[in-house]
Design a binder for this molecule. Structure first.
Ligand SMILES: *[C@@H]1O[C@H](CO)[C@@H](O)[C@H](O)[C@H]1NC(C)=O
Ligand SMILES: *[C@@H]1O[C@H](CO)[C@@H](O)[C@H](O)[C@H]1NC(C)=O
Ligand SMILES: *[C@@H]1O[C@H](CO)[C@@H](O)[C@H](O)[C@H]1NC(C)=O
Ligand SMILES: *[C@@H]1O[C@H](CO)[C@@H](O)[C@H](O)[C@H]1NC(C)=O
Ligand SMILES: *[C@@H]1O[C@H](CO)[C@@H](O)[C@H](O)[C@H]1NC(C)=O
Length: 634
């Protein structure tokens, strides 16, 4: 029955994460919800404590204390090994699994259309069930680690601190004060001469919808509206506009094309493009590999038609994969295989080969039009830390070897004198990127801070900044950036950023945010406009990590700054008065989010629970189920 329980929780967590209607555990009464809220922190912390105990191979539940001589006894081990597979038939059974899926879909169907729930849950069930079977409650793991009656194989929790200490052990003296990047900005500021800059378009989360239909209901009860199947709008206000809607809708082709045309008509066109993923519409319950690849291909074609000769550095988002979020580094991913051939002309040979296998690559920029010597792009595939990627159940130790690969790249760069931009989709340290992975990522950022120029991500659809801090002192060594989405989903104005990057050093110095006023466009004036330049908007001295740190203090201490930020990040879809963040709690909340790199540290800063089943079921379950890195010793 343990299997069924895990499966049940996993599927609920999934449907909860991806389908908005189930977000508040609506099928529970308020009292039950309170109860869930109270026990979650307890359960999360208890499991983490067991993990500590189980570090060197003891039972996760401390059974050695109760089992006596049966503990790690070949006899008990044999019984465990023969019993677990016998239970498998329960799950294998073609009645039980579909039955379970239907039960969960029934609860989910209380707030959403049943077919939407069932589609999503079936897509996921086909991954979660075999993964859970194969690993988490397979005989090897369960008998050795969960119950602990077998001695071998041995699972060792890999302590993140060991990793951090190792990575930092040869940190050079000249970056000891973690001020290297700030010092570069001070040098740039001290130069009295004008400096050449490179224009980089950062484009993310386009989420086109070929089925978008003007006049349909933009406020349906499903996760994705503005489609024929939801019927005509009941009132003119609720109608999908020609260019999009401030609602749970993705964008029609015409809106994406307007952005590309605008970019092509600019006096100073972008010199290069960072495209950080997510092409498909949000109808995640009804997708296929082919359809997801078609969307990414279509957008690639738009870029080639409208911005020919501009080099593009693409990276896959969580929505590229099928089912959404799910990607195995063990097998050839069908999406990567398909899209690698489309992106081939943007990649060099080595990058193409790596990308096709794992979805990440490292490519020098010197071959491109703008010929940037000694600068490269590390494009990372953040499925390695995505807590909704259920393959991480069995791929627990540095999924895809990506951290090891990055470390090798940095070592080579340190020798050759190269520097790198990092691009990816899910933000490390953010809610959906697992803490265990993010902690290690941060150690790499600290150790190689002098080689990293900046970090660019997407995913949240809002324009976003966050400090990347050092591992001990929490001082700002870098900043990561997200430009906001081209899609309006949910209730954003389409937006992108053009960064001015200092050519001599490679550091970004300005960020111009452009937006498309959907309301105005639907009234007949489709127009892309610069919303602001970031350092001017927030009266910052420069683009240094220290400047951004100072900005976070103003979020916390100066009324008005936090509200303005909240208004800005979605492209100002509603008036400023809509975004009241002038209470001490709200201001501190924003400060905590932007100032801290790790999600757990932001939560500690806000005084909220690290594991919160009630308000954040999916991330909490993911942190508990997938978080630790396990070394598997045969
Ligand atoms: C640690 O942080 C404090 C306050 O931000 C700063 O004064 C100090 O120089 C930092 N030390 C290091 C080693 O980064
Ligand atoms: C899934 O997509 C197909 C093709 O677009 C459509 O006919 C069908 O109604 C969709 N089903 C759901 C549940 O959205
Ligand atoms: C890039 O190529 C285009 C067309 O080939 C050319 O007009 C432009 O000047 C080049 N840009 C740089 C920075 O070399
Ligand atoms: C967008 O357009 C609407 C309608 O013209 C207008 O009321 C609103 O102020 C505009 N928003 C911004 C941020 O310019
Ligand atoms: C940050 O704030 C401190 C204290 O107000 C100030 O001394 C420093 O110049 C500021 N640095 C930047 C880069 O804005």
């Amino acid at each position: 029955m343990g299997k069924i329980f895990i499966l049940f929780i996993a599927l609920i967590a999934f449907s909860h994460a991806e389908l908005k209607g189930v977000q508040d555990l609506k099928f529970l009464t308020p009292l039950q919800q309170d109860y869930v809220g109270d026990i979650s922190e307890y359960v999360g912390n208890a499991i983490m404590r067991y993990r500590e105990v189980a570090k060197d191979g003891h039972s996760l539940f401390g059974f050695e204390r109760t089992l006596g001589f049966l503990w790690q006894n070949p006899l008990t081990c044999g019984v465990c090994h023969s019993t677990l597979p016998a239970l498998d038939f329960l799950i294998d059974n073609s009645i039980v699994t579909p039955g379970l899926e239907k039960i969960i879909a029934y609860f989910c169907g209380k707030s959403l259309a049943y077919e939407v729930c069932l589609g999503a849950i079936q897509e996921m069930g086909s991954i979660i069930v075999p993964e859970v079977m194969k690993f988490l409650i397979g005989p090897k793991y369960a008998c050795s680690r969960l119950v602990g009656v077998c001695k071998n194989p041995h699972f060792k929790t890999a302590d993140p601190q060991d990793y951090i200490d190792r990575v930092l052990s040869d940190k050079p003296d000249f970056i000891k004060d973690n001020d290297y990047v700030n010092a570069q900005y001070r040098k740039i500021a001290a130069d009295p001469n004008p400096r050449k800059t490179v224009k980089v378009l950062h484009l993310s989360d386009i989420h086109l919808d070929f089925e978008y239909k003007e006049g349909t209901n933009a406020h349906c009860d499903e996760p994705l509206c503005c489609r024929e199947r939801y019927g005509p709008a009941p009132t003119p206000e609720a109608a999908a506009g020609k260019y999009g809607a401030l609602a749970d809708c993705d964008i029609p082709v015409i809106t994406a094309e307007s952005a590309f045309k605008f970019l092509n008509n600019m006096d100073e066109k972008p010199d290069l493009i960072f495209w950080t993923g997510d092409s498909t519409p949000h109808d995640i319950w009804n997708q296929t590999v082919e359809r997801n690849a078609l969307y990414a291909t279509k957008i690639s074609e738009f870029l080639q038609v409208h911005l020919p000769d501009v080099p593009v550095f693409p990276t896959p988002g969580n929505h590229e994969f099928f089912p959404v979020n799910v990607m195995s580094y063990d097998e050839q991913d069908p999406f990567l295989k398909k899209i690698a051939s489309v992106w081939k002309h943007w990649l060099d040979e080595e990058s193409f080969e790596l990308f096709e296998k794992y979805g990440y690559y490292s490519m020098p920029m010197k071959g491109m039009n703008n010929s940037w010597e000694n600068v490269r792009v590390l494009s990372i595939n953040t499925e390695a830390c995505n807590g909704q990627n259920w393959y991480l159940i069995s791929q627990t130790n540095d999924p895809g070897n990506m951290l090891a690969w990055m470390e090798e790249e940095f070592k080579k760069m340190e020798k050759s004198g190269e520097k790198a931009f990092i691009i990816g989709h899910v933000q490390p340290g953010g809610g959906t990127c697992l803490n265990a992975w993010s902690e290690r990522y941060r150690a790499l950022m600290e150790r190689y801070q002098h080689l990293i120029l900046s970090n660019f991500f997407g995913h949240t659809h809002s324009e976003q900044i966050s400090l990347i801090t050092d591992t001990k002192n929490q001082s700002a060594i870098h900043v990561y950036h997200a430009p906001g989405s081209l899609t309006t989903y949910s209730s954003h104005n389409p937006q992108f950023r053009i960064l001015d990057i200092d050519y001599a050093t490679g550091y970004p110095v300005k960020a111009h945010k452009y937006f498309f006023n959907i309301t105005e466009a639907n009234l007949g004036n489709p127009e892309w406009k610069e919303q602001y330049e970031l350092t001017e908007e927030y009266e910052m001295k420069d683009f240094s990590p220290e400047s951004f740190y100072n900005l976070t203090l103003r979020f916390r201490d100066v009324p008005g700054v936090a509200s303005r930020y909240k208004w800005n990040v979605g492209g100002r879809p509603y008036p400023l008065s809509h975004y009241n963040c002038n209470s001490a709690g709200c201001m501190k909340g924003l400060y905590c989010t932007v100032r801290n790199f790790l999600n757990f540290e932001s939560k500690d800063c806000r005084g909220s629970k690290r594991y919160d089943f009630r308000n954040n079921l999916a991330d909490s379950v993911a942190e508990i189920a997938l978080n630790p890195f396990l070394e598997h010793v045969e």
